[in-house]
Ligand binder design. Structure first.
Ligand SMILES: [Zn+2]
Length: 379
């Protein structure tokens, strides 16, 4: 997930979820935009965070704002049909729309592949909601239809993503943008290494068969991973532009990414041991894991963002979420609920993050000892 904000306001913000809509004329990236949307927070310096009816976030600083009016009429999220029309108007010719219960899939590849994606996402959406509700956290339906852009090939996907995530690099398979709230990916059945002679990719059953092969597993897992981020940020588990520790966001998405392509009803493999991440974590433990590894992982996102350290940090993040979900389920739930209530644009410092974690799980040294012990038992 490209998880980087455009800029990080230094000032603390006043929570001010106003009703009604704001009409703001602003300039961003040298362009003038008229934004109508719901105010989520106002910063002390006059900056704003606004969500538009399409789910896109706008975060103008005071210098960006040209004019601003308030209207008491509440904001209406775009319907799935309106969202679809807006996407078609924005994208080049050749795109079409496929609707499912919660998703608007905008694609320029085969309809069969868009249908396959829609069915995968809907199963995940349901499984994700069930997973939390069984643990005592009832999530809500997404306010906005969830948008997925599916490109016919890797190159057109990569070109689009480069423009969409100014500066940030998406994964080579798929990504979710916190700012636009959209998922972006491309048709995996077009990947040459996954194709066999005579492969046809017309209908969802054939596509499913092709993508159930072991060589496709990692790519499908990436798509599921990004879809998990999108659901988590739209159904009340996480809040966009709030202080969400990356070890939590990423570890959780990895926890969910085990594809379960054969099950049409649910998602039986959620929480299966991720053997790749486990092997990485074991190697890290054996070779270089320092005594304060848990502390540095919790205190800031630096290790997760640093390309040299990210592989180990992601493995540790997965292992930690796995451990807490299974060995400390009540504390984990309380901690997750607390995170879900965070106000956007308020950034915790290292001490704040550690304090919050300790309040939920107790002494770090004792926890780390048990974490390592339990993780060593995994097979
Ligand atoms: Zn991610």
């Amino acid at each position: 997930m490209p998880f980087r904000l455009r800029f990080i306001p230094l000032l603390l913000c006043l929570a001010a979820t106003a009703s009604g809509v704001e009409r703001v004329v602003l300039k961003q990236d040298g362009e003038r935009h008229t934004v109508t949307g719901r105010l989520l927070v106002t910063a002390e310096d006059g900056g704003m965070l606004i969500v538009g009816p399409d789910g896109k976030l706008w975060n103008p600083s005071p210098e960006d704002i040209i004019s601003h009016e308030h209207d008491d009429e509440p904001m209406q999220a775009l319907s799935a049909e309106e969202q679809g029309r807006q996407l078609l108007a924005e994208l080049p010719d050749g795109f079409e729309i496929h609707h499912t219960q919660h998703y608007v899939i905008c694609y320029n590849t085969s309809r069969g592949y868009a249908q396959w994606c829609g069915s995968l996402f809907e199963r995940l959406y349901k499984a994700f909601n069930n997973f939390w509700s069984r643990r005592g956290f009832r999530l809500h339906d997404s306010e906005f239809p969830l948008v997925a852009l599916v490109f016919g090939d890797q190159k057109s996907y990569a070109d689009y993503v480069r423009r969409e995530l100014t500066g940030g690099a998406g994964s080579i398979v798929g990504c979710y943008s916190l700012r636009s709230n959209r998922m972006m990916m491309y048709d995996l059945t077009g990947v040459e290494t996954l194709r066999r002679p005579g492969d046809r990719r017309a209908n969802p059953a054939q596509i499913e068969q092709m993508l159930s092969r072991p060589e496709a597993e990692h790519m499908v897992a990436t798509v599921v991973h990004e879809a998990t981020h999108q659901i988590a940020f739209n159904c009340g588990l996480q809040t966009r532009y709030a202080d969400m520790p990356l070890w939590f966001s990423e570890g959780l998405a990895i926890y969910f990414e085990t594809p379960d392509l054969n099950s049409t009803k649910g998602w039986r493999t959620i929480g299966a041991v991720n053997h790749g991440r486990l092997a990485t974590f074991r190697e890290y433990q054996r070779k270089s894991r320092p005594a304060d590894s848990l502390t540095t992982l919790l205190a800031s996102d630096d290790r997760m963002r640093d390309s040299e350290q990210a592989v180990n940090a992601y493995a540790e993040a997965w292992a930690l979420n796995y451990f807490l979900l299974r060995q400390r389920p009540k504390q984990y739930l309380a901690y997750v609920k607390r995170l879900s209530e965070k106000t956007p644009l308020i950034w915790d410092d290292a001490e704040g993050r550690l304090r919050e974690f300790r309040q939920a799980f107790g002494d770090l040294q004792a926890l780390d000892a048990d974490f390592v012990k339990q993780t060593n038992k995994l097979r």
